[in-house]
Design a protein around this ligand. Structure first.
Ligand code: AMP
Ligand code: MG
Length: 187
């Protein structure tokens, strides 16, 4: 558990992904693909946001978004149709992240980490984030000695925070996760 400032990075790279999905078994979870990357660099001491990155990504396998996915994320078909593919999106993300070489990749839960791994494998893109991934949901669970992990919206509410922006949009999810960092790590 990352409790002390001594163990904390100078910068966090908070990432939230949106992906193709369905609610009727149209395709298996393993075939989900990233359609939006939302990312925020956060100063590890002040917990202030330093920079942001957002990009939509055109899926390769299931190119037509399901109604469920469009409603969940608010991302329209035309937006992904005119978006760059995953390799180009990763080039741009990596170029942007190069300005913050010490930033440690973190996200709420393990999903985003796994989804990146899957898409990097599918497109033969080299892993850009180094070895370390911090699961903020686990850090939160440990910090408050909870018996089980909390959904993100629930965790925000417990600290009298209401979600700002649109839930299930990558950049808005990432910005709201940023608001939880001081709650998790401030001593
Ligand atoms: P989130 O960051 O919570 O918006 O979730 C990331 C991705 O997980 C979404 O873009 C969807 O692909 C998938 N997802 C989230 N919630 C659901 C759900 N209730 N049913 C199916 N897929 C979901
Ligand atoms: Mg999200």
């Amino acid at each position: 558990m990352e409790k002390t400032f001594a163990e904390l990075p100078d910068h966090w790279l908070v990432i939230d992904l949106e992906a193709t999905c369905c609610n009727d078994g149209q395709f298996p979870r393993e075939e989900m693909e990233i359609i939006e990357i939302g990312a925020v660099i956060v100063n590890g001491k002040t917990f202030r946001s330093v920079d942001e990155f957002q990009i939509f990504v055109r899926p390769h396998r299931h190119t037509t978004l399901t109604d469920f996915c469009r409603k969940l994320t608010g991302i329209e078909q035309a937006v992904v149709d005119s978006a760059v593919g995953f390799p180009e999106a990763m080039c741009r993300l990596t170029d942007w992240k190069a300005g913050f070489p010490d930033a440690v990749f973190c996200s709420w839960g393990e999903y985003d980490h796994r989804q990146f791994e899957r898409d990097c494998e599918l497109h033969d893109v080299a892993w850009p984030f180094g070895d370390r991934h911090v699961n903020l949901k686990k850090c939160y669970t440990d910090r408050f000695s909870l018996k089980r992990g909390e959904g993100f919206g629930h965790a925000l509410g417990k600290h009298n925070l209401t979600f700002e922006g649109r839930p299930h949009r990558g950049i808005d999810d990432a910005r709201n996760i940023v608001r939880m960092l001081p709650i998790i790590f401030e001593q």
